[in-house]
Design a protein around this ligand. Sequence first.
Ligand code: GSH
Length: 248
Amino acid sequence: MITLYDLAAKDPIKCWSPNPWKVRYVLNLKKLPYRTVYVDFEDIDRVVREAGAPPSRHNADGKPMYTIPSIVDDATGAAVTDSYKIAEYLDKQYPDTPKAFPVGTEALQAAYYRYYNDNNMQFGLLLVPSIPNILSKEASLEFYHRTRAAMFGKPVDQIRPVGEELEKLWEKLYALYDTLEGWYAKSSGSFLVGDTPSFGDFALAGNLQIAKIVWGEDSEDWKKFSTMNNGRWAKLLKDLEKYASVEN
Ligand SMILES: N[C@@H](CCC(=O)N[C@@H](CS)C(=O)NCC(=O)O)C(=O)O
């Protein structure tokens, strides 16, 4: 059995964070049996370390950073961290299941993912301030506010840009998603790789999921985002619904 370490949130919210979403989509695509352990923010370091997974990166002070998602695969004893590496591991370890990186698209997926991540990073300014809305425990809230304030150099409730800055940020996001729409329009199907869902779609959908969940479906922000490019992205979420089960 595979154990997926995911982030905890208030009931009834289950998977909400973009990186665990990518792995969940991949596990569901492959129909691999798995169970989820939901971890509170303040426990990530201890739980992931104890699971035997390596750090995904190092902080500015050189300290190892343990992150979610991580998986442990009892069949092999492997403990893997980082959504991309986990998807690569699952493709390699379970070659008879549908691929997260369809054969021949590996290099293009890497380029797409790099471009998307680099340009989508700014989106965090709109999401980070809404994450406390869905955290369940006092300790998680305290941890989240403290670590994000240190990361962004200001309190969480001041991270969201206002006025002209906010408008500029939306314009940048529109430009990014226009580029992505142009790429998707060239595909022969509704996904990046024709009719075959793959990691590139899951990366995008993970961000749509967090936006919908932390802003709320009735929020102005979600309405704005989900109607971008004639509702292209809301449709992508719908097209991927059959891989979005959180039952395990
Ligand atoms: N590149 C990693 C990023 C993982 C990551 O940063 N995860 C966040 C949650 S989505 C985390 O665990 N953060 C720990 C913390 O903020 O203390 C991946 O794709 O999995």
